[in-house]
Design a protein around this ligand. Structure first.
Ligand SMILES: Cc1ncc(COP(=O)(O)O)c(C=O)c1O
Length: 366
């Protein structure tokens, strides 16, 4: 059995989500139909909406289901008629590519959005701009200072979008307390199916749909609802909320991995080690030991981790996140990401450490 330690790429589906999907697949109705099967389908969609809303501490009416985090990010950034878009340099590609014209806000060496740079950019921006800063980074797990970002944006009359795809189900989420206007979630990062996500926003926000057609999702996202996907998302969100303490406890395993890896390789660099991070994520590098070599050796030993951004596994350029944190090309090229989740065990970490230690010692002997 593989020791799967790549939850930030995608989490294995939770049994509760699979069961909810199977049940929904047997449900014939279209949620827009007025007959009884249609009303049953509608009920499933609305039950899931309430569960997803509860995960983020918002009203169900704030939830617009989408085809995933990528679509929700595109809707957030493209659906508001904002004057100027300011996005942190560490955002996921689905934010960066959605606004190629957007102004990039630098990261500090710890991986935090540079608040002074954001403040200066906001001072030069017009009222009605849009700031997009993720809650937690997919590569390093670094948690961003969203309260400070919102305070600066409010002073400048700007809206705030927060990509919470990696934070949801790993740390408590309270969208209202954070004060952001828009928030992105994705089901497959928290044990739901891929291909379904949500954009959360107050109903009165002037958000225009990007995808035109029917009036589904209160005119914010046209298209027949993906009933099995949405049902699976709802079930996963419910369990993820319940299991937050268990995910928080993964920090102990993560810390053990980092402490023992540092004994094996004293030169190990741990990205974002001195700031708040997700409990499940570790991004480490030993300069001169290429990530691809590590990935292959670990794969042969039955351990799955990743290098660079999860959604772009296979891409050869150094990670834009690590580069924005000031990592050298060599460091970035040797960084691997270990990400734990709901089904991870101490044995998985033991296997990782044994295989990684072997490889490291072989590389030193060569
Ligand atoms: C931070 C972040 N945002 C957005 C996405 C895209 O989500 P999806 O895969 O649902 O399109 C990802 C996927 O890796 C992500 O890590």
């Amino acid at each position: 059995m593989t020791a799967y330690l790549d939850y930030n790429a995608t989490a294995p589906i939770r049994p509760e989500a699979r069961d909810a999907m199977v049940a929904a697949l047997s449900q014939p109705g279209n949620a827009s139909s007025v007959h009884a099967p249609g009303r049953r389908a509608r009920r499933l969609v609305e039950e899931a909406r309430a569960k997803v809303a509860a995960l983020a501490g918002v009203e169900p009416a704030w939830v617009t289901f989408t085809s995933g985090g990528t679509e929700a990010n595109n809707l957030a950034l493209g659906g508001l008629a904002s004057q100027r878009k300011l996005v942190s340099a560490g955002e996921h590609d689905s934010v960066l590519q959605a606004v190629p014209e957007g102004q990039r806000i630098a990261l500090t060496p710890d991986g935090l959005v540079d608040l002074e740079a954001l403040s200066a950019a906001l001072a030069a921006a017009l009222e009605g701009s849009l700031v997009s800063v993720m809650l937690a980074n997919n590569e390093t797990g670094v948690i961003q200072p969203l309260e400070a970002v919102v305070a600066l944006a409010r002073e400048a009359g700007a809206w705030v979008h927060c990509d919470a795809v990696q934070a949801a189900g790993k740390i408590p989420l309270d969208m209202a307390a954070l004060g952001v206007d828009l928030m992105t979630l994705s089901a497959h990062k928290l044990g739901g199916p891929p291909g379904v996500g949500a954009l959360l926003a107050r109903p009165e926000l002037p958000l225009q749909p990007l995808q035109r057609g029917g009036g589904q999702e209160r005119w914010r996202r046209a298209g027949t609802e993906n009933l099995p996907g949405i049902a699976g998302f709802g079930a996963a969100a419910e369990v993820a909320l319940r299991d937050l303490p268990a995910i928080a406890a993964l920090a102990e395993l993560r810390d053990r991995f980092e402490a023992e890896a540092k004994i094996i390789a004293p030169g190990l660099k741990i990205f974002g080690a001195s700031v708040a991070r997700l409990p499940n994520t570790s991004c480490v590098a030993v300069a001169g030991l290429p990530a691809e070599t590590q990935l292959m050796a670990l794969d042969l030993a039955g351990v799955a981790v990743s290098s660079g951004a999860a959604c772009s596994s296979g891409k050869v350029q150094p990670s834009h996140v690590l580069t924005a944190m000031g990592a050298s090309a060599q460091e970035a090229a040797s960084a691997i990401r270990v990400s734990l989740g709901w089904n991870s065990s101490a044995e998985d970490v033991d296997r990782l450490l044994a295989a990684w230690g072997d490889l490291y010692r072989r590389s030193q002997a060569a």
